[in-house]
Design a protein. Structure first.
Lengths: 124, 124
DNA sequence: GAGATTGTATGAATACTATCATACAATCTC
DNA sequence: GAGATTGTATGATAGTATTCATACAATCTC
């Protein structure tokens, strides 16, 4: 995982870059549920950034429910939760939210949907 | 163009969001070479941000060679768009990130993609 | 239990982001 | 030429991001 993290000097805060790249690795299935992530210190040293900066990224991911952090043990990719009750509605809400995210990057929901099919295709 | 600009509170600086969205619009061909962009003041008023913030976004785009600014006249999409951005890659990164969001909620990327198609369908 | 590992937390210093207010300079319209 | 429009510029201020240094707390290994 450490090897795939790259920081760019493009105005985007470091913790945001880390947050998004780790989330992407999880989404790609590169990091599987239950798997242990690199320690915050490992990431900090490898990328030559501060421990607090890495913590901020991990914390943001934990807030999103993508990983859990356990003091003394490490950080782990969250297990996929059981299927929610009102599934159709949840999907619809997420889709709307994600469509907005896409548009905010100049990407159409349609383009994103196609890309998602490609992400899901190979293994899902 | 004004209508397609959206700002999110996701940790990314405003001027970066503007810069990237306008770059994406140019890359998508939505804004054509030679075409006049919205005035900095128009963008500032429409999005309720400061004129200086918009200027910074425009300046960054001018530095990239994507547009030219002429005092008293306005800003225009460059005739020879210098370095087209790697849109495909940006789309893939977003897709992977969004897939993680979905999985964390017990939703498969495939289901999300279908829902997105439905969102996009009516108008896109 | 001792020591190492790992996440959590705080306070200070520096740089960047964004706003507000204001003004100047080049261009266009009439 | 007068006035409006549009890009350019500056100084002050508040908030955020990042680093540095340091320390504490929970867990694991031996």
């Amino acid at each position: 995982m450490l090897g795939s993290l790259i920081l760019q000097d493009n105005g985007v805060p470091i913790y945001v870059q880390l947050r998004d790249q780790i989330a992407a690795a999880i989404g790609r299935g590169e990091l599987k549920p239950g798997e242990r992530l690199a320690t915050m210190r490992e990431v900090a040293v490898a990328l030559a950034v501060d421990l607090n900066t890495v913590q901020r990224a991990y914390q943001a991911l934990a807030d999103e429910g993508l990983l859990t952090m356990v003091q003394g043990r490490g950080s782990f990719v969250a297990e996929t939760p059981a299927r929610p009750r009102n599934r159709e509605n949840e999907i619809h809400i997420l889709a709307a939210k994600v469509a907005a995210q896409a548009r905010a990057q100049g990407i159409t929901p349609d383009e994103l949907a196609d890309a998602l099919k490609r992400v899901a295709g190979p293994d899902a």
